[in-house]
Design a protein around this ligand. Structure first.
Ligand SMILES: [Zn+2]
Length: 197
């Protein structure tokens, strides 16, 4: 019955060639170094780092690596790198909330494009850290000689063809938080008050 089940499910007459995808989260210092922080299978639990490295050494297994970024202070997951050139929908939406309007300092147009701050063609990653929300006009102009956008999720620096640089900080998404005030927000904003990072 088990053989029949496998055959119906996979189209294979034996179970030898059944493929399975296993997601394993592992610290880079354990994967590439000698640390022995246990790896983790989401939804299941820990695995010894040495065992996972042994699996990865299996030449028959196809492996896909994806970098995840965590906050230094508490290890909380803050970003996931995408191997694709196009930004995933969720990341684009998050970007439009973060940057609010086109991130170019003097432009207040609506965000229309999720752009690679360091161009994809020059090795820029499709990631939260390398993403800028831009209007179409700024995105197109940025491709011209002499323009460059650089920075981090916390600030953006735009260099123009004349060599001038403009740096602007990324502001919190709720407008009340954009002003330096210790007063708690009032009214309906209360229900959306975010925890301090
Ligand atoms: Zn713009």
């Amino acid at each position: 019955m088990a053989d029949l089940f496998v055959e119906l499910l996979t189209g294979q007459t034996t179970a030898d060639g059944v493929t399975a995808e296993v997601v394993v989260v592992m610290h880079d210092s354990s994967l590439f170094g000698d640390d022995d922080v246990p790896a983790w299978i989401p939804g299941h639990g820990p695995l010894p780092a040495g065992m996972v490295k042994h699996w990865l050494a299996d030449p028959q297994a196809a492996k896909f690596f994806r970098r995840m970024y965590t906050r230094a202070t508490d290890g909380q997951l803050v970003a996931l790198e995408s191997k694709r050139r196009h930004f995933p929908e969720g990341l684009s939406k998050m970007l439009a909330i973060r940057d609010d309007t086109c991130a170019t300092p003097w432009c207040n147009s609506p965000v229309e494009d999720a752009d690679h701050r360091k161009p994809w063609a020059h090795g820029g990653t499709t990631s939260w850290a390398n993403a800028t929300g831009l209007c179409k006009r700024c995105n197109q102009r940025k491709e011209n000689r002499g323009w460059s956008y650089s920075g981090t999720p916390d600030e953006l620096t735009v260099t123009t063809p004349t060599g001038h640089q403009y740096t602007v900080p990324t502001r919190p998404p709720i407008s009340q938080l954009r002003h330096d005030t210790t007063d708690p927000p009032i009214g309906p904003i209360d229900i959306a008050w975010p925890a301090a990072a």
